[in-house]
Design a protein around this ligand. Structure first.
Ligand code: PLP
Length: 430
């Protein structure tokens, strides 16, 4: 398999774009090698600029639950384009998508659309602070909530609860209101509440997908809900990734824990840039122009993006069974791969929720970020490279999640397992 055209494209890109990419993980730094440059996607497959074809388990990092170039979504986008790309004035498409989004969740009465998950979370935090008139927030190590300053806080600095910025360019003053707790560890959250009586909100990925795939324990979320209630603190579920991916009706539908606010992204735009945040009416009433908390966006609610989102979510709504089908495939994939690994003496930890799957090369179950970092990164890199050369595109970092799209057939799952078996054997035989 030649990847010469990708190598050349990467070299050229690096001259003009830092690291050759517009989002860092794409650069393959954590697995080594050269990123594959894509020429097109179709159904379950990606084709690169050298003409190689891959079964895609990344799906643009989540959005493409119906695979590449879904006919309904593509037609909706083309139709919208014919009416104009952007107006900066309200359209009925926004209300239609809002109605559909709200219909999926018990927790939200109203929703505001933005253009990315980062913006959704950043705005939700501002609204939580405005609503509660408090400054501090709690986040969990290993959870990712986009790259806004206050949320870009080092994962894993266990002892101190007040966070340090994880990137130069973020003043320490900007993160001094961000308290860190450990995922699935309620005592660490209690410590935050002991340290501060000014906590506006606790934000969590209830089904975490950014430290590898680590769903929260139901009991932990129940206790978290109670702690927030006892302290007048809002609970925000960041479901930018898990929304419409792990279940159709949010983590609230499988845990019974209802958040005060919800952030969404990825699938909600069907492949176009859309994010959203929602809450019950009383909270949303504080948002501009109804209330004093300011938030805006020139391209927010963009008509082409709304059309893609509406086509994607209405197809999900009409095919409510689809998540169970995807879950069966995801379960077969991880159980098949871990049996193949076990045959070579390699231990895998796996988990699945709906169309999301994850695996760690780790001797012990992974409950938080500290567990996740004990996984075998070298083994993941070898697995990734081996699968790529067999024609299977997995996330280029072990701290990511895998996604099944409806275009991935049972037969492709079996092919993937067979390829994994071959790759594990090759790894073991050095
Ligand atoms: C992807 C993601 C974000 C950020 O969304 P962008 O669209 O990349 O800005 C925020 N939160 C979670 C849970 C995510 O997975």
């Amino acid at each position: 398999m030649s990847t010469n055209a990708s190598k050349k494209a990467f070299q050229e890109a690096q001259e003009l774009i830092p690291g050759g990419v517009n989002s860092p993980v794409r650069a393959f730094k954590s697995v080594g090698g050269t990123p594959i440059f894509i020429s097109e996607g179709q159904g379950a497959y990606l084709t690169d600029v050298d003409g190689n074809k891959y079964v895609d388990f990344v799906q643009s990092w989540g959005p493409l639950i119906f695979g590449h170039r879904d006919e309904g979504i593509e037609a909706a986008v083309i139709e919208a384009v014919k009416h104009g790309l952007s107006f900066g004035a309200p359209t009925e498409a926004e209300t239609e998508l809002a109605k559909l989004v709200v219909s999926f969740f018990d927790s939200i009465d109203k929703v505001r659309f933005v253009s990315s998950g980062t913006e959704a979370v950043m705005s939700a935090i501002r609204l939580a602070r405005g609503f509660t008139h408090r400054d501090d927030i709690v986040k969990f190590t290993g959870c990712y909530h986009g790259h806004s300053d206050a949320l870009l806080v080092e994962a894993g600095s266990g002892a101190v609860t007040f966070g340090n910025p994880s990137s130069p360019g973020v003043p320490a003053d900007f993160t001094k209101h961000t308290l860190l707790a450990e995922y699935n560890n309620i005592e660490s959250v209690k410590k935050c509440f002991a340290d501060s009586n000014d906590i506006a909100c606790v934000i969590i990925e209830p089904i975490a997908g950014n430290m590898g795939f680590v769903p929260a324990d139901k009991e932990f979320l129940l206790e978290l809900r109670k702690l927030c209630d006892d302290n007048g603190t809002l609970l925000i579920f960041d479901e930018v990734m898990s929304g419409f991916r792990a279940t159709l009706n949010g983590a609230e539908s499988i845990t019974g824990v209802i958040p005060d606010m919800l952030t969404l992204g990825k699938v909600i735009g069907g492949g176009m840039p859309v994010g959203a945040f929602g809450a019950r009416a009383e909270i949303m009433a504080e948002l501009s122009p109804d209330g004093p908390v300011y938030q805006a966006g020139t391209l927010s609610g963009n008509p082409v993006a709304m059309a893609a989102g509406f086509a994607s979510l209405s197809k999900l709504k009409q095919n409510a069974r689809v998540m169970a089908v995807l879950e069966t495939r995801a379960k077969r994939l991880v159980s098949g791969m871990s049996s193949a690994a076990a045959e070579q003496g390699i231990t895998m930890q796996t988990d699945v929720r709906g169309s999301m799957f994850g695996f760690f090369f780790n001797e012990k179950p992974v409950k938080n970020f500290a567990d996740a970092v004990k996984s075998d990164a070298g083994l993941y890199a070898a697995f990734h490279a081996g699968m790529l050369s067999e024609g299977f595109y997995f996330a280029c970092s072990l701290y990511e999640t895998g996604f099944i799209s409806t275009a991935i057939t049972d037969e492709m799952i079996e092919q993937t397992i067979n390829a994994a078996s071959k790759v594990f054997k090759a790894i073991k035989n050095g």
